[in-house]
Design a protein around this ligand. Structure first.
Ligand SMILES: *[C@@H]1O[C@H](CO)[C@@H](O)[C@H](O)[C@H]1NC(C)=O
Ligand SMILES: *[C@@H]1O[C@H](CO)[C@@H](O)[C@H](O)[C@H]1NC(C)=O
Length: 273
């Protein structure tokens, strides 16, 4: 007992992490060139649907973020989001914290998150490596839901209701991120960024379920719409993520569909709304 106490005391004194890192899954996200893969109605062309065995039917998802005008929340690495997906009754709330993966070190990003309290002892949060063309980001998400009763279709709540919903469900780590009640105070004076009504097609490729989403985001001039087209698949294996990332880049390049850039959808929404 005395030995155990001494070890715990020494561990705490040295600042050694008490619990192991979160174990992430992986989502590979690659951009497609909208002029090559969309028709005049901004729908995926038949050759793309055929390549990935996708039906012409899509699932609509309406998405908005909340933040203060000065983006206090986003600048702290957090994104509180409300989403309504076609066919679902409730709003899906996500409180997501991002950590950049620097120098390719996924373990480094997981260790940084661990120091912030995101470790394997907290099973409420899901860790995911968002694996773009060149950049990788660790995202740590807490999902909640809120009743959609009284709303129709993909309608999202207005500003005051969005604030209340996200405040009511705020998880502790978001709430008290940099000071007591930080997240609640910021949400109380937040506004809506978006909404963006995305359309998802679901198909298969190389034994994986593959999504292609079309996101109509306000353009940089603020006068029109820029269509962001993103293909993605998920896996629990980093070696599968790595090899199939390269395979999909090669296929998309061969077909003339690839846009060799990292996907920054959330960043674009935060910049343009
Ligand atoms: C926001 O929506 C709620 C419920 O739909 C409604 O009761 C309220 O009046 C709306 N608030 C504003 C400021 O429009
Ligand atoms: C996959 O994970 C292992 C174990 O953490 C690590 O050694 C390896 O570098 C990772 N590979 C990639 C491609 O990230």
């Amino acid at each position: 007992m005395r030995f155990f106490t001494a070890v715990v005391a020494a561990t705490a004194a040295c600042g050694v992490q008490a619990a192991s890192n979160l174990v992430p899954d992986y989502e590979v996200k690659l951009l497609l060139n909208p002029t090559a893969v969309l028709d005049a109605n901004h729908k995926l062309v038949a050759t793309v649907l055929a390549q990935f065995s996708m039906p012409t039917t899509v699932t609509k998802m309406n998405v908005q973020f909340l933040d203060k005008n000065d983006k206090t929340i986003y600048n702290a690495g957090w994104s509180p989001r409300i989403r309504k997906t076609e066919g679902e009754d409730d709003f899906e709330l996500t409180y997501k914290k991002r950590y950049p993966v620097t120098g390719g070190s996924i373990d480094g990003a997981l260790s940084t998150a661990n120091v912030d309290g995101f470790d394997s002892s907290d099973t409420n949060y899901d860790a995911q490596i968002e694996w773009g063309y060149t950049a990788k980001t660790l995202s740590i998400s807490r999902k909640k839901s809120s009743s959609g009763s009284g709303y129709s279709g993909q309608d999202l709540p207005n500003q005051s209701d969005s604030r209340s919903i996200l405040i009511d469900e705020a998880p502790g780590k978001f709430e008290d991120w940099s000071s007591n009640n930080w997240g609640i105070t910021a949400l109380a004076s937040s506004r809506i960024y978006g909404p963006v009504l995305a359309k998802r097609s679901v198909g298969t490729w190389s034994g994986q379920e593959l999504y292609i989403e079309v996101w109509p985001i306000r353009d940089a001039a603020g006068t029109g719409i820029e269509y962001i087209v993103e293909a993605s698949f998920k896996t629990t294996s980093n070696t599968t993520a790595s090899s199939k990332h390269d395979d999909l880049v090669n296929l998309l390049t061969l077909k003339g569909w690839f846009l060799a850039q990292d996907s920054l959808k959330t960043q674009l929404i935060m910049d343009r709304y």
